[in-house]
Design a binder for this molecule. Structure first.
Ligand SMILES: Cc1cc2nc3c(=O)[nH]c(=O)nc-3n(C[C@H](O)[C@H](O)[C@H](O)COP(=O)(O)OP(=O)(O)OC[C@H]3O[C@@H](n4cnc5c(N)ncnc54)[C@H](O)[C@@H]3O)c2cc1C
Length: 575
């Protein structure tokens, strides 16, 4: 993977020849001259080389690397972050993934997966829109997903799974195949336990849990297979030859300048979503995508791979989709965007959610319950077509002293609090002192504080909030929420002063849409044609375009990461 003699032979002459050939090919293939001329020129000299070059060392990149290396390919991964501080979404995650029982009915499993991916096999649904490859995607899921536990335990026999009653089985029991596919969902651990409230980042291996354990297995697995990882080297542009094949990558070099990396067989883009790209959030998300949304994963997922793929003609698919609900965020900014926090306190007793006027609008437990928690954002981005505002952006989490003193608003073991991106104390009081959580001695005082919050735009009506709290407390006394159907077990009143409020924004762990790709995980043009030698996997090109079952993203990191790595490794080197 070091510089080779043949690299140095790629002289200025061949560079110019390459450029001329691009223009010629453009005329033949009908690519516009401007577009062709905008292509990254073939470098005169390649600084690094491998068979398969992978962009981004998260779950999908690691799985692609492992599979390609197992098939004899020399693999190089370019990673944007420094090694000592590598914190990607995979590592920050809950470590939950699917591994259907291998003794389940495979045809049923395929149907269930297809329903989640596109809904095309559900007669009463309208979405879908990937009929050309949803069958192949589902076939791949049915083949690979039941191997997931084995795949991880082969990499590290000390790795253990753990079950969660809240996520067991098929989350969509009415979907075709759900009954017979023996769906199973697992968490990740070395300890035998999985607590989302205990941070295990950088702890010794046998103390790791959740995403920290999951990513450890993959990262070490890749290293043991001889995969070379080059850190602090973000990929910037893809290099195509005159046949449109992707033959390399230009990356920013640590310390300045650029590095040209030749990919003899193929390139796999696994750079994660666009959670921290202001421009892409503006372009793709419903409503105010910059200030009105938040994500609680890695600030380094800035949509780079989407931009790079688009520059070589990739099409996009369901880019506005996100595995999202409503979450809180704080004014600590990364790339100019507020940092989000996983917010499991929503839907708990002694708390309600109201819109900017002070009215409840949904059964709050749906925000955090599976599977509705992956779609709840759609309730929050509702647009008032008469007033021309988003009355639920942000929404407001209003709670009392009982909740504040007994439940930590966020998880301290995973996500931004677990990985030191946002400071948070177990008793929530740090956030009160910082002014992130508003505090008041009465509901009227809380209403006034919300009204003075710039994001409320003076919409809060104290009387409406007082009425909402009183109505909710009456439902608690009756043991039944007749208006919204809030889960009876969570009906405990908001009554003990002081009271608190936090803004809640549409958002969650990650975006789910991006680069269009088929079942072989080849990146596709808008016309649906594969861009030669270019593959993708992970949340940047999620297969889960219709609905989402918790654990789906890590599952696809393994399933489609492996497929992308396998297919790239199987190519003959370009000449
Ligand atoms: C807190 C949290 C909890 C979650 N829990 C779960 C769960 O339990 N189960 C589940 O299935 N899903 C979960 N998810 C979602 C899931 O973790 C992600 O969708 C998944 O890990 C994405 O993997 P990935 O490899 O696509 O991206 P990532 O793991 O984010 O990796 C992308 C990598 O690309 C690098 N990169 C970015 N740009 C460049 C560039 N230009 N050049 C080189 N490298 C670049 C990044 O630094 C990063 O290392 C959770 C997410 C979060 C944030």
């Amino acid at each position: 993977m070091s510089e080779t003699k043949s690299d140095r032979r790629i002289s200025r002459r061949s560079f110019l020849k390459g450029t001329a050939a691009v223009t010629g090919a453009a005329a033949l293939t009908g690519i516009g001259v401007t577009e062709a001329a905008a292509r990254t020129a073939i470098p005169r000299k390649w600084n690094l080389e491998a068979d398969v070059v992978i962009l981004g060392f998260g779950g999908a990149g690691a799985c692609a690397a492992i599979e390609a290396a197992e098939r004899g390919a020399r693999v190089l991964v370019l990673e944007k972050q420094p090694e000592a501080k590598l914190i990607n979404n995979t590592r920050m995650s809950g470590g939950i993934y699917h591994c259907p029982d291998p003794t389940g009915d495979r045809a049923a499993l395929k149907e269930y997966a297809k329903a989640m991916f596109s809904g095309e096999n559900i007669p009463w649904k309208l979405e879908g829109e990937q009929p050309e490859w949803s069958d192949g995607l589902a076939e791949a899921w049915a083949e690979y997903a039941p191997q997931n536990v084995d795949f991880l335990q082969k990499l590290d026999p000390q790795y253990k799974t753990v079950g969660f009653s809240a996520f067991a089985g098929a989350a969509f029991p009415k979907f075709p195949g759900a009954k017979d596919c023996k769906y199973r969902v697992f968490g990740s651990t070395f300890t035998g336990q999985a607590s989302f409230n205990e941070a295990t980042m950088n702890k010794p291996k046998m103390e790791k849990m959740n995403g920290e354990a999951f990513f450890y297995v993959l990262a070490e697995g890749a290293r043991k297979k001889g995969v070379r990882i080059v850190y602090e080297t973000p990929a910037k542009r893809l290099v195509q030859n005159d046949r449109g094949e992707v033959i390399g990558v230009i990356a920013a070099k640590k310390g300045g300048g650029e590095v040209a990396v030749r990919a003899r067989k193929g390139v796999v883009i696994t750079t994660g979503g666009y959670e921290y790209s202001k421009a892409m959030r503006k372009a793709f998300l419903e409503g105010p995508g910059v200030e009105g949304w938040a994500f609680y994963g890695s600030p380094d997922n800035t949509g780079d791979g989407i931009a790079m793929a688009m520059a070589v003609g990739a099409g996009l698919a369901k880019v506005g989709k996100a595995a999202s609900r409503i979450i809180t965020a704080v004014p600590l900014r990364y790339h100019g965007l507020k940092a989000g926090l996983i917010t499991p306190a929503v839907g708990r007793p002694n708390a309600i959610v109201v819109d900017n006027y002070g009215d409840r609008y949904a059964a709050e437990h749906l925000v955090t319950k599976d599977p509705s928690r992956y779609f709840f954002y759609k309730e929050a981005v509702k647009f008032d077509i008469l007033e021309l505002i988003y009355p639920r952006v942000p929404s407001w989490f209003v709670f009392d002293e009982t909740l504040r003193s007994t439940f930590t608003i966020t998880n301290l073991g995973i996500s931004t609090a677990g990985f030191g991106i946002v400071p948070w104390s177990k008793d929530n009081m740090d956030a009160v002192r910082r002014g992130w959580i508003l505090q008041g001695n009465s509901i009227e005082e809380i209403a006034a504080k919300i009204r003075n919050h710039p994001e409320n735009r003076k919409l809060m009506d104290s009387q409406r909030l007082v009425k909402a709290v009183a109505g909710f407390n009456e439902s608690c006394a009756k043991g039944k929420d007749e208006t919204f159907g809030r889960l009876a077990a969570t009906l405990k009143p908001v009554e003990k002063a002081p009271f608190y409020a936090l803004p809640l924004y549409p958002g969650g762990p990650n975006t789910k849409g991006g680069i269009a790709a088929n079942a072989a995980r080849e990146v596709l043009t808008w016309e649906g044609k594969p861009i030669p030698r270019l593959y993708t996997a992970g949340e940047i090109s999620s297969a889960l375009k219709f609905v989402y079952q918790g654990g789906g993203n890590l599952t696809e990191c393994i399933v489609f990461g492996r497929i992308a790595g396998k297919n790239a490794a199987a190519l003959k080197p370009w000449k």
